[in-house]
Ligand binder design. Structure first.
Ligand SMILES: Cc1cc2nc3c(=O)[nH]c(=O)nc-3n(C[C@H](O)[C@H](O)[C@H](O)COP(=O)(O)OP(=O)(O)OC[C@H]3O[C@@H](n4cnc5c(N)ncnc54)[C@H](O)[C@@H]3O)c2cc1C
Length: 154
């Protein structure tokens, strides 16, 4: 298997196409990872959630990591890592346009709304408030693996 670095454009293409990954945050030295949908735009990921552990933790510590990957087989895969900073987009006039923008991007992702609501309804009876957020991308790297085509030793 050969593994090579992906350039920034390849990383962006993968994030834009997949729109799904794992979000890692940490509080008091304890990492926490959950699957999420996101919408990629240059230098940003937009996400949607309801109140819960990840939101509480990211409010406390906005340093986050997102991993997205596409696995065809053991020796054919791509993986992109983003390091970034969480920013909530509160329901205030200042953030109104950005929230609408985030929402329009996220609505293209099927199930995004239902999933977050459904997971929240397992914990509370009242209708949850939507929380939109942005992850400002500070670093991004990608690796791509290919099958090794060199002759195998007999
Ligand atoms: C394919 C997919 C896409 C998803 N997309 C989104 C999305 O875009 N936005 C979104 O908000 N949520 C999404 N979810 C659900 C998400 O992964 C979390 O389960 C959910 O958001 C609740 O997270 P929370 O931190 O608020 O946990 P809480 O509801 O506060 O959960 C409390 C406890 O439940 C456990 N828990 C929470 N989530 C999971 C999990 N996924 N697996 C196992 N244990 C768990 C943890 O132990 C946690 O301490 C998606 C899930 C899947 C499978």
């Amino acid at each position: 298997m050969l593994v090579r670095d992906m350039n920034k454009n390849e990383c962006r293409d993968l994030l834009e196409r997949l729109g799904f990954g794992r979000l890692a945050c940490a509080r008091q030295d304890q990492p926490y990872v959950v699957p999420i949908y996101f919408a990629y735009e240059p230098d940003h990921l937009f996400g949607f959630s309801t109140d819960g552990q990840k939101i509480e933790w990211m409010r406390d510590n906005p340093r986050v990591c997102v991993e997205a990957d596409e696995i065809v087989s053991e020796d054919c895969w791509t993986s992109v890592l983003v390091l970034g900073r969480y920013e909530e987009l509160p329901d205030t006039p200042k953030y109104g346009a950005l929230r609408l923008h985030a929402r329009s991007l996220l609505e293209k992702r099927s199930l995004w709304w239902r999933l977050a609501i459904a997971s929240s309804q397992t914990r509370q009876a009242v209708r949850p408030l939507p929380i939109f957020y942005c992850i400002h991308i500070e670093e991004m790297t990608g690796h791509r693996a290919f099958p090794d085509e060199s002759p195998q030793p007999r």
